[in-house]
Design a protein around this ligand. Structure first.
Ligand SMILES: [Zn+2]
Length: 126
């Protein structure tokens, strides 16, 4: 499965050059990405760099990931308290569920003043 980079650029401010620079994508690599799309790993990485959740950018990715892993088991966040990357306020995840099998996964939380944080966390199966 490939994900169009245009979908990501569409959700970012600035010119295409600004976006490329922000994502640290060279001109040559950008040309190839426009032609072939992004792999799942690239799509996740660049969405994260842009401060977006990849499922926001490519809603069908969720289905792809579930199809690839069958039904993911419920998981909960082990480290339940971390701080906002923007302002340092505590973020409480509680039993936030994430879509991941494995020992780490990606979770999204919003702090009290509204900064969105997308981060990798350690997980355990509930
Ligand atoms: Zn914050």
């Amino acid at each position: 499965m490939r994900y169009p980079i245009a979908d990501l650029f569409h959700m970012m401010p600035g010119t295409d050059d600004d976006k490329r620079r922000h994502l640290a994508i060279s001109g040559g690599a950008y040309g190839a990405m426009r032609l072939h799309g992004l792999t799942l790993d690239q799509a996740e990485r660049y969405a994260e760099r842009a401060g977006l959740h990849p499922y926001e950018v490519w809603p069908l990715m969720r289905d792809d990931v579930i199809a690839a892993t069958c039904e993911p088991p419920p998981v909960r966040v082990v480290h339940a308290l971390v701080t906002c990357l923007s302002c340092g306020r505590p973020l409480e995840f509680g039993d936030t569920k994430v879509d991941s099998t494995g020992r780490s996964g990606r979770v999204e939380a919003v702090c009290r003043v509204g900064h969105r944080n997308v981060m990798r966390v350690e997980l355990e199966v509930a």
